[in-house]
Design a protein around this ligand. Structure first.
Ligand code: FVH
Length: 296
């Protein structure tokens, strides 16, 4: 069976993410049309073989797959507003950071103009586009994801989270939250160690090694939280209360702010006061989860 031909791809928005995305399509041999509000940003891509569209309508009309790594929801609406007639029959992949509700609204708007819609969230940096380190999340049209999976994988490994167009953005925010907590913990630790003479630069590789090891703990944490199996955990609430109390006491003694860990101390103290001190650390999940969500 012959391989499907590479469809023309349009990239709207040539900022820090859009430029490596368009470059990846060119490198992969796709006919690539580009458009950017500030037209000069397309010059280097045109020199590499991209076609510069004079208008958004021309760009959208150039092929079936329209990828929009624009700044935000407003930028997407402002950019595509004048090009609605060209959207019919196209698949729009919105890669701008959006709220879940904005993604749903855009999906309905695109559908009203005859376009299929995929919402995307880029878990990547400009330098990790088209490398195994980055990955993109998608939700919305299953047909579009299936039809264009090969093209989506040109930008980054692609993960699909279902028909609700807002789902990719929810997962994006959840991953950001995971990262923020780890990075805030690192910055607190760096401040603490700085006060005893270890610079943040010296500490960073040690912290990276530790976080790498901690990542291996996630499946166990997930299994306990997912099944409410807190009796057998190796690291109890009370054990970790002692740990966090020690960290907070030492931080105070060294003049380091304790704001990062106070919320976790509150949760652990509450679990213990409720009689769950010997449960696994993962049982904090019970204080965080919505009581309206049934157990699966
Ligand atoms: N850069 C990063 O590290 C992160 C990585 C994770 C994902 N985010 C999100 O990606 C979206 C794009 O971000 P970006 O870094 O590429 O952003 P910029 O380099 O600032 O480029 C923005 C492009 O959007 C165009 N644009 C902005 N406003 C409008 C508008 N009203 N109408 C039309 N186009 C607009 C802008 O055009 P120009 O300023 O060059 O004329 C750029 O093409 C974003 O959601 C991040 O949160 C990035």
């Amino acid at each position: 069976m012959s391989e499907r031909a590479k469809p023309p791809v349009t990239v709207l928005g040539l900022g820090r993410m859009g430029t490596p995305i368009a470059t990846a399509f060119l490198d992969a041999g796709y006919p690539t049309t580009v458009w950017n509000r500030t037209a000069g940003k397309a010059d280097a891509l045109v020199a590499q073989g991209a076609v510069r569209a004079a208008t958004v309508t021309e760009a959208v009309a150039a092929g079936p797959l329209v990828i929009a790594p624009l700044l935000d929801h407003d930028a997407v609406r402002q950019t595509l507003g004048p090009a609605t007639a060209a959207l019919r029959g196209r698949t729009l992949v919105n890669l701008a950071n959006s709220t879940p509700d904005h993604a749903r609204e855009l999906a309905s708007w695109a559908g009203g103009h005859g376009a299929d819609y995929l919402d995307g969230a880029m878990m990547a940096l400009p330098q990790t586009v088209a490398t195994p380190e980055g990955f993109f999340l998608y939700s919305g049209s299953q047909d579009a994801f299936t039809a264009y999976r090969r093209e989506l994988e040109v930008m980054a490994p692609a993960h699909y989270f279902g028909a609700d167009p807002g789902a990719a953005e929810v997962h994006d925010l959840a991953l950001l939250g995971t990262g923020y907590a780890a990075l805030a913990g690192f910055l607190h630790a760096a401040a603490l160690l700085d006060s005893v003479g270890t610079t943040p630069e010296v500490f960073a590789p040690l912290a990276a090694r530790w976080l790498h090891g901690m990542a291996g703990f996630l499946p166990e944490l997930a299994r306990e939280a997912g099944s409410a199996a807190y009796a057998e955990g190796v690291s109890t609430v009370d054990l970790n209360r002692a740990g966090i109390d020690g960290l907070i006491d030492l931080s105070r003694a060294n003049g380091i702010a304790t704001d990062v860990h106070e919320p976790l101390k509150t949760l652990l103290d509450k679990r213990s006061a409720d009689g769950h001190g010997q449960d696994s650390f993962s049982s904090v999940f019970e204080l965080l989860r919505s009581q309206d969500t049934p157990r699966r």
